[in-house]
Write a protein that binds this ligand. Structure first.
Ligand code: PLP
Length: 416
């Protein structure tokens, strides 16, 4: 893993108009506040994917140029994801999405479990970092223990893991951030407890990666999962682990397919053109603010600036939204990403999202697959909540339009 020794100076000159001009989808005035469900893509990603097709792509490992180009695109995508999460390129498993890959990893890991072993999952998580583990545990006779959130704040205390993790724990699965509320978790503290007991850590970085810099080593993540379509890339996912760890696992695979790592975790033919899009998206993130350095250093700089900007924007949005009568934030996390979640008295979440949608303001309502969390908070049956989530291309004017539209919904007339 490359050393990350650079001192980062936050560049406060965030050229929002320059960033927005790179996104064709923004040109019609639609307000995309649905980044936690999936982001728009910049021109460079569209071009990289188109160019890959234009240049001629063939299946991998063949004795001709188009096939070598495919091999190259995959190798570059592994490098790019490794830079994004501070992991080894040789341990980047690529696939269609995080859910598919997590089921894959659960199947492989469960082969190493024995009846009486234990795993720990958290009710804060997206269901894709719960159900694959719960189902694998059921097949292997493994006990599932649950980490709970504070229902008022939605913080997931790291301290509770001291009681949940035992010498029988084989895996702790936890999100670095909630996809619904934005709650950030203390992954490093949880990892320290898990590792002291000899357990592996599977970290869902899908909702965190678009908002802050992930570094597997400092998180203590043995596995880290991300989805490129949440960070301005194509619909693809990745799980990153050390080569040694992947070498120790043997997923079900076809007899003739590669037994090399990471290839043996990848089923069938990859979305080859999307590989070019993954690399272009990571390069785009690295170049959100001007500066020099290698890609990891530029990512450090971009994410420092993005985080500073989103912290201010989120605080402002919460203040303005809660000034509207009946708007209630769900949770009050100590640390959060650029995602917020709220309910509105006398208006069902689906109705609010639909009314905003009529004004071309895109937000999600419901449980957002935070299935256990919405149950724990007692909001699932009432339709969940409304989720607003920021992306690098979110402008102040997007939030202005949201606040105006919310006022109009609540007051029943168009706010001036
Ligand atoms: C936190 C989190 N984890 C996992 C997933 C699943 O990702 P994918 O759609 O790549 O399977 C999502 C999707 O929204 C998510 O937000």
């Amino acid at each position: 893993m490359a050393a990350r020794s650079m001192i980062v100076i936050v560049d406060t000159t965030w050229d929002i108009e320059g960033i927005r001009s790179q996104y064709p989808a923004l040109k019609d005035g639609t307000v995309y506040l649905d980044g936690a469900g999936g982001t728009q893509v910049p021109e460079c990603v569209i071009e990289a994917i188109s160019d890959a097709h234009r240049s001629g792509l063939s299946n991998v490992h063949g004795p001709f140029a188009a096939s070598r180009r495919s091999d190259q695109l995959i190798a570059e995508a592994r490098e790019a994801v490794a830079d994004l999460v501070g992991g080894p390129a040789g341990g980047v498993v690529l696939g269609p999405n995080m859910t598919t890959l997590t089921y894959r990893m659960a199947g492989a890991l469960a082969k190493t479990w024995h009846p009486g072993d234990e795993i720990v999952v958290s009710e804060l998580d997206h269901d894709s970092n719960i159900r694959p583990w719960v189902q694998a545990a059921a097949s292997a006779g493994v006990t599932v223990r649950w980490a709970r959130v504070d229902p008022m704040t939605t913080d997931l205390s790291a301290g509770q893991y001291a009681a949940l993790v035992t010498s029988r724990t084989r895996l702790v699965a936890v999100a670095a951030a909630s996809n619904l509320i934005g709650t950030m978790t203390d992954v490093a503290a949880i990892s320290a407890i898990a590792h002291a007991a000899g357990s592996l850590m599977y970290v869902d970085g899908v909702a965190a990666a678009p908002h802050f810099r992930l570094d597997m080593a400092s998180l203590g993540a043995d596995f880290l999962a991300v989805s490129a379509y949440k960070w301005c890339g194509p619909h693809a996912g990745a799980v990153v682990a050390s080569v040694e760890l992947l070498e120790s696992l043997h997923p079900d695979k076809l007899e003739p397919s590669s037994d090399q790592v990471p290839d043996r975790f990848e089923l069938g033919t990859a979305g080859l053109a999307n590989m070019a899009g993954i690399t272009a998206a990571v390069d785009h993130l690295a170049d959100l603010v001007p500066g020099t350095g290698d890609r990891r250093q530029r990512l450090d700089r971009s994410f420092a600036a993005l985080r500073a900007r989103e912290n201010i924007a989120v605080r402002g949005a919460i203040t303005r939204l809660t000034a509207i009568p009946g708007v209630r934030m769900v949770g009050a996390p100590t640390l959060r990403t650029g995602t917020i979640c709220f309910t509105v008295d006398s208006h069902a979440p689906a109705e609010v999202a639909a009314r905003l949608g009529e004004q071309d303001i895109c937000v999600w309502s419901g449980h957002a697959y935070a299935w256990e969390l919405t149950r724990a908070l007692g909001i699932r049956e009432a339709g969940g909540a409304i989720r607003v989530s920021l992306s690098p291309y979110t402008a102040e004017s997007d939030l202005d339009r949201l606040v105006e539209a919310m006022s109009s919904i609540v007051y029943g007339s168009t706010a001036s």
